[in-house]
Design a protein around this ligand. Structure first.
Ligand SMILES: N[C@@H](CCC(=O)N[C@@H](CS)C(=O)NCC(=O)O)C(=O)O
Length: 268
């Protein structure tokens, strides 16, 4: 239960779209940082990879209990096999850290101690470390859409009491109509799929999956009416295919099943 002292902190929760960009951005490590020991064997000097260590992203910090921006970041790390400690904190603890360690959550404490903020920056960084997701300009654009209003507002709509309306989120029916337009655009962008990037998924698709995850939980029938059955079937096929990816499947099986604050759709 959020305390009265914590409520002002929740006011800004999950509704920001301001970009701080590279502020406090840490030094990225590429997938090439994987350690590979090689030795030459016989006449053909065959190279044998004898040891590979997972890339280390350090520590991700996010709010406990919210199915929000912490999700795409963890999905990306899971698919890429990136080593990442996850620290989930409550509103009181965030009150002590806000403006001291970072302006908002999530943030990453890199292995060298530097702090990285901005979910889109973190997503791309984790995908680069993992080396499995497609990382390109189209995915960057898709990630900005997925992490911006109106579709990202599915997070406060799902997790917060009164669907976040008293914190500035539009009334739910108005929001749904706007969010459905983004879902229709996703159908177009997905094309023949199975992923937005083609046969292999791109990193922003973890955020699209998260958008869908919350929209389906909020009102799947309502969104199907707004988007159309055919379009929704395509989005569902993508959602299922993404959920079955290596690492993602395990992450989803292990993540919490109770989300949100009292009075939220998540807890209804
Ligand atoms: N542009 C930032 C916005 C992050 C943001 O608004 N985070 C919310 C949680 S999802 C938060 O930290 N709210 C509490 C606060 O602003 O103090 C990003 O995309 O990472």
């Amino acid at each position: 239960m959020a305390t009265a002292r914590a409520m002002p902190l929740i006011a800004g929760l999950c509704t920001r779209s301001r970009t701080i960009g590279a502020q406090l951005r840490g030094q990225g490590q590429s997938a090439g940082a994987l350690f590979a020991g090689a030795k030459a064997v016989g006449k053909n000097r065959r190279v044998t990879v004898s040891m590979m260590a997972a890339a280390d992203a350090g520590k991700l910090t996010y709010f406990a209990g919210l199915k929000s921006r912490g999700e795409p970041t963890q999905l990306i790390a899971a698919y890429g096999g990136v080593k990442m400690e996850v620290e989930l904190i409550d509103f009181e603890e965030w009150g002590k850290r806000k403006g001291v360690i970072a302006e908002f959550l999530p943030y990453i404490t890199n292995p060298d101690g530097t702090i990285m903020v901005e979910t889109t920056v973190i997503c791309k960084h984790l995908a680069t470390l993992g080396g499995k997701f497609v990382v390109d300009a189209k995915q960057e654009e898709l990630c900005e859409i997925a992490n911006g209003a109106p579709i990202q507002l599915a997070d406060p709509v799902y997790n917060l009491p009164d669907q976040g309306e008293s914190f500035g989120v539009p009334p739910i029916e108005e929001w749904k109509t706007a969010a459905a337009e983004v879902l229709k655009d996703y159908v177009t962008k997905l094309g023949d799929g199975p992923f937005f990037a083609g046969e292999t998924p791109g990193y922003a698709e973890a955020f699209v999956f998260h958008n869908l995850d919350n929209c389906f939980a909020i009102d799947k029938a309502g969104f199907t009416e707004l988007v159309g059955a055919e379009g929704m079937a395509k989005l569902e096929a993508f959602y299922d295919k993404f959920a079955a990816l290596d690492g993602v499947k395990d992450y989803l099986a292990k993540r919490p099943t109770t989300w949100g604050l009292p009075g939220s759709i998540a807890q209804s």
